[in-house]
Design a protein around this ligand. Sequence first.
Ligand code: URA
Length: 235
Amino acid sequence: MKSKSYRLDRFISKYSAFSLSDTRLLIAQKRIFLDGQAADSIQQKVTEFTHVVLDKVCLQDNNPVYIMLNKPPGVVSATKDRKHTTVLDLIEHPQKNELHIVGRLDFNTTGLLLLSNDGAWSRKVSLPETKLAKVYEVTLSKPLSDKYISVFNEGIYFDYEGIRTQPAKLDILSEYTARLTLVEGKYHQVKRMFGFFQNEVLALHRVSVGLISLGGLEVGESRPLTDSELGFELD
Ligand code: URA
């Protein structure tokens, strides 16, 4: 999940025969183009997805990729696995080998899984500070009660990490089913939260992350995110 970003003069000195101090002159002579526009400052930021042309030669041309998958059960959230089908095995995309997973789901958890090659975006989606809502549908082995709502809202202390979970919203849908909204993604978080009540999670399905929701995407299918799905401002 690396995301490289350079100041323009550093990028030029790293990826061409010109030096850091040559860059000012190259800019003045309008020999550098960033995303089709003549560069105007050595301070300009070059990310891994900035299209860079110097003297009509392309120095960098990477496309960011953002994909959603409706993950089936029995598939590993990993890019490689010796024994099991991985989520990457289900994706057809020319840049699929560049992708990383943005917020893993357990082996038998189903639903919305995001993949990208844009580390900066993935970090923003995953950071608890971003407070992006992750919505899960949960089926439990024992009946639910209103007590869960207040306990989840107050947060549960996780011994292992030594943290209290962020306030989470629980909507009880029936005796054994609920919708849980989290703004973070600790390891096995949903199962551990219901584990506080010794209530085993029998089925877990992620419906949405922020404004991105599965909609009618079939199980096992994937598609690129649309501009409007990417449009929500994370900065
Ligand atoms: N919480 C879990 O316990 N498992 C998941 O797969 C996702 C969230």
